[in-house]
Design a protein around this ligand. Structure first.
Ligand code: NAD
Length: 297
């Protein structure tokens, strides 16, 4: 059992610091007549997606940046959506474009991502940018993995030489964070194990982790049996669980059973207030980066 109090990694305050660090660049761009702008496309009426999009709109407004949301009906067709993306690719006021995922099942997610101009890929998930990331070439990085690196950086946790165990192999979290952590770069140089739904003996593997990152979407699955004494735990999961006492009838919990592991960990991210705010901060960071790039070329 660790003797010290665990560090609660406060994503809210770290996201404020990241956003503050962008202010000089934003001011410089504005002086040159450029206000970083983001186009958000939301298809359908999934309530979680709607709430994420509202949070993104608010964050852009608070930073005095430009954003516009295109709300499309559930029955939008692939050609209709692709035509909108084509138009947004051509519009100079948008430096970044984001399609809120997941999209309804009748739409092809990969084709949508491929339609976005890689130079306007605010989420950093276009194959061109993921390829650049894998090669260690400058690119807008996927927001959530980049946010995780920033949480580690601002908490003074260097992954170098550590064993990072990641649970979940999605394109937006698991695969890119595994890649970034094993790269020969700042906030990299970890030894990485990537686990998923077919992994055998998951608790035993997780117990070897100096840094444990869970991105599975299973409420409170990760309890103290998965956690080594003194581990750093990053909980990416955002899960709605019924709670009749809550105003909306549900509350948000992570993949990690926070109360069960808290006395074992050296550091941990809460849910909410951990990784979530960082994802939005890195979206702003990517949009600013893309705006800068747009006037350099
Ligand atoms: P996903 O939902 O696409 O896939 C889940 C992954 O978890 C799969 O790779 C699967 O193999 C693995 N998995 C599922 N159950 C498992 C189990 N019992 N044991 C081992 N592996 C298992 O992944 P995602 O899109 O990365 O989302 C994962 C979670 O992270 C969700 O709760 C999502 O809401 C959340 N999320 C949060 C943020 C944020 O900003 N905090 C961003 C993205 C995703």
């Amino acid at each position: 059992m660790p003797s010290k109090q665990p560090l609660i990694i406060d994503g809210k305050s770290i996201s404020v610091k990241v956003k503050e660090s962008l202010v000089p660049t934003i001011q410089k761009l504005k002086k040159q007549g450029v206000t970083p702008g983001l186009a958000v496309i939301l298809v359908g009426d999934d309530s979680a997606s709607q709430s994420y999009v509202r949070m993104k709109e608010k964050a852009f407004e608070a930073m005095e940046l430009f954003s516009e949301t295109f709300r499309l009906p559930e029955m939008t067709t692939q050609p209709e959506l692709e035509q909108l993306i084509d138009e947004l690719n051509r519009e100079d006021r948008f430096h970044g474009i984001l399609v809120q995922l997941p999209v309804p099942e009748n739409l092809n997610e990969l084709k949508i991502i491929l339609k976005i101009d890689p130079g306007k890929d605010a989420d950093g998930i276009h194959p061109v940018n993921l390829g650049r990331m894998v090669l260690g070439v400058e690119a807008p990085l996927p927001c959530t993995p980049h946010g995780i690196l920033m949480l580690l950086k601002y908490s003074g946790i260097d992954p170098k030489g550590k064993h990072a165990v990641i649970i979940g192999r999605s394109n937006i979290v698991g695969k890119p964070i595994a890649n970034l952590l094993w790269q020969k770069r700042a906030l990299g140089n970890a030894t990485v194990t990537l686990c998923h739904s077919r992994t055998k003996n998951l608790p035993a593997l997780c117990q070897q982790a100096d840094i444990l990152i869970s991105a599975i979407g299973q409420p409170h699955l990760i309890d103290r049996n998965y956690v080594k004494d003194g581990a750093v735990v990053i909980d990416v999961g955002i899960n709605r669980v019924d709670d009749p006492a809550a105003r909306r009838g549900y509350r948000l919990v992570g993949d990690v059973n926070y109360m069960d592991v808290i006395d074992k960990v050296a550091a941990i991210t809460p849910v909410p207030g951990g990784v979530g705010p960082m994802t939005i901060a890195m979206l702003i960071s990517n949009t600013v980066y893309l705006a800068e790039k747009s006037i350099q070329t």
